[in-house]
Design a protein around this ligand. Sequence first.
Ligand SMILES: [Zn+2]
Ligand SMILES: [Zn+2]
Length: 368
Amino acid sequence: MKIRAAVLERTGGPLTVTELDLAGPGPGEVLVRLHASGVCHSDQNAIDGTAETRCPAVLGHEGAGVVEAVGDGVVSVAAGDHVALSWAPSCGQCSECLRGLPQLCAAAWPAMGVGGLLDGTSRLSRDGEPVYHYSLISSFAEACVVPERSCVVIPKDVPFEIAGLVGCAVTTGVGAVWNTAQTRPGDRVAVVGCGGVGLSALLGAVAAGAAQVVAVDVSEAKLEVARELGATATVIWAGSPEDTAEAVRDASGGGVDAAVEATGRVEAMLTAFLSTRNRGAAVLIGIPREDAVLPLPALSIPRMERRVLGSIYGSSRPERDFPLILDLYRRGRLPLDKLVSHRLPLERIDDAFALLRNGEARRAVLAL
Ligand SMILES: [Zn+2]
Ligand SMILES: [Zn+2]
């Protein structure tokens, strides 16, 4: 079939909205008619080369839509189902899956690296030449073919733009608090960086019953949003990790149990670490440059039992966590609607990325 899609022609290059050929779903694959796709920092990292990506590629990995057709052997979804798409379709059989780490599945990550689906080949092409997938999803398009295990069926009353965000930003942020940090009622949480992922972590902390939620950002406008979403205190960037962390410790009565870092910047990671109290953890979500190094004051690690926890995709199990998150959303306990600040058509994808880069958007969503 012919689809319209936004193609990254080369690293650093423009996104061109153009017509592509999309092959039908192979065995174990699903054709999804997309209705919404969030615009994420990981896509920006692919555009500017922070993360190496095989081009030409269709980016986008925060998608949701309706199943249009299924390939041989697909049993868990059927035409007409509404689905949120997971970019970490775990195999359930590798050593990582067997030890309870589906987010690190040894089958999914290598496939992502070569720009194919799970068998390493692409369903996208233009004039007979291959166009590559991104994160097994490629949701900056009218439709996509994805692995069956990327499809999580959702209730039909959930807006597609919300389901799309649950496919990446929301699960990454909420999961970091619930799964990685294991935040409990009464805990103190800080969130460093209040973009879409950071604000999701903030909402997750509020929903988990954190007693204090301290939001940190360089932008007063973002801190205003954080207060609206339930932050109990806000701290504006004070010019250095040390001074900013001191302000967080003051605002939280002596430091936090979990400091979630959602920017990928080393200074923000250090701020998170220095914001913790005894036994506290810096929870690192933001994706840094490949050559970034994080120096930490070593003494406080044994002396205070401070920890650093990595978190990818919120340490989540999408088939368990997407429904859990959407259930709380439907009951009003996770006001995810407040994350969506801009809705744009595919043709305006450059504007969506401009909003991401200049920090204006909570989350910009493409209506497809
Ligand atoms: Zn993402
Ligand atoms: Zn696996």
